[in-house]
Ligand binder design. Structure first.
Ligand code: NAP
Length: 483
């Protein structure tokens, strides 16, 4: 399967999109897009810079007044058309995603549907956001509270969910009446181009969506420094999130930061063990372990440890590693060689500190790493302080509830946390005690368009999805009416 197998060639632009025009880099520079499964070059896209980013911001600024002035119903209709086109192009988008990102085709199809769902959800949400009338402190006055579009919103997205992370930002922004300048990850620009082409086809007016391709460092500094940008929404690593927060400080932008995680996954003695294993598989191995909400540290209580490990090992050994385009493959390549090296480094560190390798534990050549199960891992290992972002499952033993809560919370991250138990009291108690923005109780897949997604501590600020996701793109206005 190559890029020539994409049916809708309209999705393949090899260009950025500024002010309604498909454009190249000013200096003609390009960046290559690789297939992580084969190492082959798939495409070349423009490597744009600060000047192009500035023009995109200007285009978004000029388009804002007329987009904001449309009725919510008109904006929602455009988003609904976008939603429909995303679904109609599911197979092509999924193929593009597997080609440039590596995840198994079945997962790519799922991401296209998940990504499309945000366009539908926010089209619906926008129409219900009518504001509030608050009881006033004096007679003959009224307090009116409304939400208004914040303005030009800049969006920087990662490679691990190249469509969903883009639509989860752009859909609420457009629904709210903002205009967007999007900078996708350099490793996965093709999905962003395709999704933008479909937005254009759906009737998004010129300048309302702009796409700038190229180095995050170069384009990011313009997006952060430019005073016309009122919102910066970023999904990516905590390390880059810190840089962006500092760069946005001089112009006091509204910031939404969806950053890294280091999720604990806790299995208590009273859990339904087969279900816990099934949910751990989903949480740990989806996208080859490259999700921000991945179980990074799995804690299993002594009483069910052996039973859990036996079943978990059986399921891990049944995973099929290979090119995500091939039938039956459940684990694709990692995004690049550095990611495969990081997996090896984490495994080596655990083993040196006493962990046993129950399966995997080796590189498979190229960007592939074997799904790995490690038992009896101690707390002083790399997966306890860094995201592993690979198909590596380190499992820790624990004895009691208070102890495991303390260990689970012993991290700078606070994105997601999971627990498996059949005791309702424990489920409530532990959910409250865990320091994370998202909790899965007996559930390993927690993302949906209906739910607010986001973290606490150094996993970020703000929420995406749900009824809360549009707040990042609106400002509250209070009007006191005297009569
Ligand atoms: P990354 O290295 O932080 O890059 C993310 C994006 O930021 C890319 O578009 C990148 O552009 C850009 N970037 C890099 N350095 C920049 C800088 N100095 N200034 C401005 N932009 C810059 O993260 P990643 O490796 O792509 O993604 C994996 C990370 O994302 C993980 O930590 C994961 O947990 C996190 N993530 C979080 C969520 C969430 O919702 N919380 C969801 C998905 C992923 P280039 O590609 O051009 O470098």
């Amino acid at each position: 399967m190559t890029i020539n197998d994409i049916n809708n060639q309209n999705l393949l632009k090899a260009a950025g999109f500024v002010g309604g025009e498909w454009v190249q880099a000013d200096d003609g520079g390009t960046l290559t897009v690789d297939n992580p499964a084969t190492g082959g070059i798939i495409a070349r896209v423009p490597a744009m810079g600060e000047a192009e980013a500035r023009r995109a911001i200007m285009a978004a600024e000029s388009a804002w007044p007329s987009w904001r002035a449309k009725t919510v119903k008109e904006r929602a209709a455009v988003l609904m058309a976008w939603h429909q086109l995303l679904l109609e192009n599911e197979e092509d988008l999924a193929r593009l995603m597997t080609l440039e990102q590596g995840k198994p085709l079945v997962e790519s199809r799922g991401e296209v549907r998940y990504g499309a769902s945000f366009a539908q959800w926010f089209a619906e949400e926008a129409r219900r956001d009518g504001g509030d009338i608050v009881p006033a402190p004096r007679t003959n006055t009224q307090i009116r509270v409304t939400r208004e579009a914040a303005g030009v919103a800049a969006m920087i997205t990662p490679w691990n969910f190249p469509i969903a992370m883009l639509t989860r930002k752009a859909a609420p922004a457009l629904a709210a009446g903002c205009t967007a300048v999007i900078k996708p990850a350099s490793q996965t620009p093709l999905c962003a181009i395709a999704v933008t082409a479909l937005a254009q086809q759906a009737g998004v007016p010129a300048g309302v969506i702009n796409l700038v391709l190229g180095s995050g460092t170069v384009i990011g500094s313009e997006l952060c420094a430019n005073p016309a940008v009122r919102v910066l929404s970023f999904t990516g690593s905590t390390e880059v999130g810190r840089i962006l927060a500092a760069q946005c400080a001089p112009t006091i932008k509204k910031l939404a930061l969806e950053l890294g995680g280091n999720a604990p996954f806790i299995v208590f003695d009273d859990a339904d063990v087969p279900r816990a294993v099934q949910q751990a598989m989903l949480s740990k191995f989806r996208n080859a372990g490259q999700t921000c909400v991945c179980a990074n540290r799995i804690y299993v209580q002594n009483g069910v440890y052996d039973e859990f490990m036996a079943l978990f090992k059986e399921r891990i050994m049944a995973l099929k590693v290979g090119n995500g385009m091939d039938d039956g493959v459940t684990i694709g390549p990692l995004i690049d060689g550095a990611a495969a090296n990081k997996a090896a480094q984490h495994v080596d560190d655990c083993v040196q500190k006493g962990a046993k390798v129950l399966c995997g534990g080796n590189a498979l050549g190229g960007n592939f790493y074997a799904p790995t199960l490690l038992s009896d891992v101690c707390d002083d290992v790399l997966p306890c302080c860094e995201e592993t972002f690979a198909p590596v499952a380190p499992v820790f033993r624990f004895t009691d509830e208070n102890e495991v809560i303390k260990r689970a919370n012993d991290t700078i991250y606070g994105l997601s946390a999971y627990l498996c138990t059949r005791d309702l009291g424990r489920a409530m108690r532990v959910s409250e005690a865990l320091e994370a923005g998202i909790i899965g109780v007996n559930e390993g897949i927690i993302s949906s368009e209906e739910a607010p997604f986001g973290g606490i501590k150094q996993s970020g600020m703000g929420r995406e999805g749900g009824t809360y996701g549009m707040e990042e793109y609106t400002e509250i206005k209070y009007t006191l009416l005297g009569f």
